[in-house]
Design a protein around this ligand. Sequence first.
Ligand code: ZN
Length: 187
Amino acid sequence: MPVGKIILEGEELPFTYTHKKVKNINLRITSDGEVHISLPRGVSKERLLSFLEEKENWIKESRQRILARKMQREAAWRNAVPLWQESIFTEVLDEVYARLEPYLEEKPKLVIREMKTRWGSCTPGKGKITLNKKLLYAPRICIEYVVTHELIHFLHPDHSKRFYHFFDTVMPRHKEYKKLLESQNIL
Ligand SMILES: [Zn+2]
């Protein structure tokens, strides 16, 4: 993704941009406070920079709000009891595994860590699933959704039709839970 820079209050702020089939220039601030722009092809650099200047206050305020929220979340995290954190993941894994036990050879080992871009992953060869610690901020059903998704990968390693067919069978509302998780804006 190409990168540019704007100066906000004397401070250099990098942004990334992509060309898309859109009519207008669209601006988005990620949950990490990064600025991302999508724009139609043919927009000149001058036009882009003047757009960013117009939006300077909005960018500043949004970033402040988002970064404050992020700090709050991180503080809440540090104050939480680690044992309690882990126990909800173990609890959910036990539940989901109980449902899928007829299909699986053994209960996978659980690894919990903070990840930037994904909610979970699985390593069937090592009989292990990894969950993103940030799931603690999501509703419990979303944790169930991620654990179910990862456990199904032990049967279907890709996101094929068979994967989703199985998902539909064991968790008919999984699409809804995925949307709910994405709407939490915590990744
Ligand atoms: Zn997957």
